[in-house]
Design a protein around this ligand. Structure first.
Ligand code: AMP
Ligand code: MG
Length: 346
């Protein structure tokens, strides 16, 4: 049930039941991080594999040492600069954090969420909250209570109404190797903002991130509809003549497609606004029964890098789908024909 009453959320959490909580990134599926039974419920409801660790949400920077030890200086600097906010730090864990939360690892992922209701809930609890996003494993993350309700319906007693998530994309995750900060997951705090504070940071690429941040390699944030990531949807529409196509674009509406069949993430070309709108637009397009969704690649700067990363994961397939293979073949043909006989394709 969607509710605005934080007392209901607090009571449920004290009873080791789950509550969907609003944060500035996406809605979380929260439970008592110190109670194994509560944490088991999170994995069960999400159908999340147990080897994929959860983020522990604490009420303030001052609480950090309750759950983490051997904290590098640069981590303290980052926490003080960006908390409450969309930055998760992976640090050595204290014994009080159950193994199920960290998937058996000696490290724990921690952040202070920036949402007044959730901060008030945390203030009223004697424990932190383990919370992944409030969606079934590998589906699109929820940025409204309606998204959460559509996923879990009556299986979730309390969904705390906190409005549309301000940032709309998950937190940026930083770990430390020999005390040196490394970005494990791109998120709504941009690399530029982090580097302005602490200088150059290394970002693990998709192939070497696996052992450090389990769960990062899989297809993720994915709509049920086939989705393809391309540079310029406008010029690619012709490759889908007999298909019912939806388009997700950054700032420009396509004249050649009905407005109902497209989502423009920010008419003003504002990357933050686009990030905020991204998942809700994906939810809407996914509910319309298109054969394929064409998503436009974003400029690779600031939060645009994060949006591209999410879109890449959303479009990732175990094996390339038939139409994708066709698209690539067609594009190759296009390149060959246009190179040999320029101007032949309109
Ligand atoms: P989610 O809760 O879905 O936003 O995902 C949390 C992500 O944080 C996981 O998929 C991991 O990649 C990462 N994570 C959580 N705990 C750890 C940890 N102890 N070490 C490294 N990465 C972690
Ligand atoms: Mg998630």
């Amino acid at each position: 049930m969607i509710t605005k009453k934080i007392e209901e959320a607090i009571e449920s959490l004290n009873n080791n039941n789950l509550v969907a909580i609003p944060t500035e990134t996406v809605y979380g599926l929260a439970g008592n991080a110190f109670n194994e039974k509560a944490v088991e419920k999170i994995f069960a409801l999400k159908e999340r594999p147990l080897h994929n660790p959860l983020i522990v949400h604490i009420k303030s920077y001052e609480y950090l040492e309750e759950v983490a030890k051997d904290i590098p200086k640069v981590a303290i600097d980052l926490a003080k600069s960006f908390w409450p906010g969309p930055l998760t730090l992976v640090l050595n864990k204290k014994d009080i954090v159950p193994d199920i939360v960290t998937a058996g690892k000696d490290t724990v992922a921690i952040r202070v969420p920036n949402h007044p209701l959730t901060l008030e809930v945390l203030e009223n609890l004697d424990f932190p909250l383990a919370a992944p996003s409030a969606n079934p494993f590998s589906t699109i993350s929820p940025t409204t209570t309606e998204h959460v309700e559509s996923y879990f319906g009556n299986n979730l007693e309390v969904i705390l109404e906190g409005g549309t998530c301000e940032k709309g994309i998950e937190s940026t995750i930083i770990g430390f190797e020999d005390e040196y900060p490394i970005i494990y997951r791109l998120g709504s705090l941009s690399i530029e903002e982090i580097e302005n504070r602490i200088g150059k940071v290394y970002t693990k690429n998709k192939n070497d991130v696996s052992p450090a941040a389990p769960g990062m390699l899989s297809r993720h944030y994915a709509p049920k509809t086939e989705m393809v990531l391309i540079d310029e949807p406008k010029s690619k529409l012709k490759y889908f003549p007999n298909k019912n196509v939806g388009v997700l674009s950054f700032k420009d509406q396509l004249k050649s497609l009905h407005p109902d069949d497209q989502e423009v993430l920010s008419k003003a070309g504002d990357l933050n606004e686009a990030a905020k709108n991204l998942y809700a637009a994906m939810h809407r397009l996914d509910s319309k029964g298109f054969d394929v969704i064409l998503a436009e690649r974003f400029p690779s700067a600031g939060i645009g890098k994060t949006i591209n990363d999410k879109l890449e994961r959303a479009t990732k397939k175990e094996e390339k789908l038939e139409s994708e293979v066709e698209l690539i073949k067609d594009l190759e043909k296009d390149i060959i024909i246009n190179t040999v006989f320029p101007g032949i394709i309109p």
